[in-house]
Design a protein. Structure first.
Length: 418
């Protein structure tokens, strides 16, 4: 669904990292009546400001329709955003949070207490729908479940890496700071998402992979992404500059293991393009953001690093999040600790040079290390004002709406040039 008319709405799951373990909460929020925060002038109004109204030859009918449109825009702009929220108890700070794409009522959290928790928030979503007049139909309200229905304690320590498969319903992978990766599978039978709700028999978990390869002394798994087209394949971003690709049909070892940062900088995050499945983006602790073609990701020799499609070195802070646009294959949102950035990789430089635009790879140059490049021509938009940005996500239904989480709060915006 491509929603374009204001006002917009969004339902989000967020987690806290409080000063005390028992004060942490998982919060489900509904943000509605989201409208423009400024008055947008039409092209004719801008012409009037420059040339004067006597140059505007539009007829009366056009004037009347313009007046009606302006009144509608002003009514929307005058709306105050509405926030509805419910908070659930959570043991420990929340390192990462993900909702199952096929069943968004199932929310998974990675706790700094070393546990993975699954919550059923169906009752909260039902309450949001009823408050908007969309739910119920005479049926009784769904009961709230305030505690997780499954608490997994099988990991040896805390972690950050977590992702649900978009190909196979209920399949998830979690990775911890000791380099262990556990794969979650949906249980067969009525225990998986039945009418009575979710329970601790809905999933089975297996410790599938351990530390391996050249980063065995520093094996922390920082991020995981399942393939958008294959149900058995996922990629990991790891400390020491490594990216690995696994196939769960091959136990105990990765299919591909590449050190993509010769300087050893940690790979913090990665994002798999959902529209062009051979494109993988990675973001490093050195501020380098890189795009890879997986068809050429395995070099002929283990001593040779793969060549990127593009490498952006303009960022001066560690990359904290990446996400490809859900409907535009060339657009990606990137965040570092200082801000959020929208790139359009389809834009080509007029006169490519070795360092121009802070881009290397196919555009020339192979240098590593962030903070040394100029502003690249592919950079379309910058959102600043937040401190220590943690994650950035596109709205799956509202074209080009972006949400960020940061130390200073949440931001929702649509870039003015998209």
């Amino acid at each position: 669904e491509n929603r374009t008319c204001f006002p917009h709405s969004a339902i989000v799951a967020v987690g806290s990292q409080a000063d005390r373990t028992d004060r942490n909460r998982l919060t489900i929020m509904k943000l509605s009546d989201l409208a423009r925060t400024g008055v947008v002038k039409s092209a004719e109004e801008e012409d009037d400001d420059i040339l004067g109204e006597k140059y505007n030859d539009s007829d009366d009918d056009d004037d009347e329709s313009d007046d009606e449109s302006e009144e509608e825009d002003e009514e929307v702009a005058d709306l105050d955003p509405v926030v509805e929220h419910y908070s659930l108890r959570h043991q420990g700070g929340i390192n990462r949070i993900r909702a199952m794409p096929q069943h968004p009522e199932v929310v998974a959290t990675w706790s700094d207490a070393g546990t993975v928790n699954l919550y059923d928030v169906r009752g909260i979503l039902d309450t949001f729908a009823r408050s908007a007049g969309d739910g119920g139909g005479g049926a009784a309200a769904t009961k709230f479940r305030r505690d997780p229905f499954f608490v997994y304690q099988g990991h040896s320590t805390e972690g950050y890496a977590m992702d649900w498969s978009r190909v196979k319903t209920g399949q998830m992978a979690t990775g911890d700071c000791d380099g262990n990766i556990h794969v979650w599978q949906p249980a067969s039978g009525p225990s998986f998402g039945n009418a009575g709700g979710w329970n601790n028999s809905s999933f089975s978990v297996s410790a599938t992979y351990g530390p391996s390869g050249g980063n065995i002394d520093n094996p922390s798994v920082e991020d995981i992404q399942w393939s958008p087209t294959e149900s058995t394949v996922f990629a990991t971003a790891e400390c020491g500059g490594y990216v690995k690709v696994f196939d769960i049909r091959c136990k105990d070892r990765p299919m591909i293991s590449n050190k993509i940062h010769s300087n050893g900088a940690d790979v913090n995050v990665l994002a798999w393009n959902g529209l062009v499945s051979n494109l993988l983006a990675t973001g490093g602790d050195d501020g380098v953001f890189t795009v890879w073609d997986l068809r050429n990701f395995q070099p002929a020799s283990a001593d040779v690093a793969p060549s990127p499609l593009a490498r952006f070195t303009a960022h001066r802070n560690p990359i904290t999040s990446l996400e490809w646009h859900p409907t535009d294959e060339s657009m990606i949102a990137v965040s570092d600790e200082a801000g959020t950035y929208i790139y359009d990789l389809s834009i080509e430089e007029d006169e490519p040079s070795e360092k121009a635009g802070g881009v290397s790879g196919t555009a020339g140059g192979d240098e590593e290390g962030g903070g040394g490049g100029e502003i690249p021509p592919q950079l379309l938009f910058v959102h600043c004002g937040s401190e220590s940005v943690k994650e950035v996500h596109w709205h799956p239904q509202v074209a080009s709406m972006v949400m960020t989480t940061a130390l200073t709060g949440f931001s929702l915006f649509i870039p003015s040039n998209l």
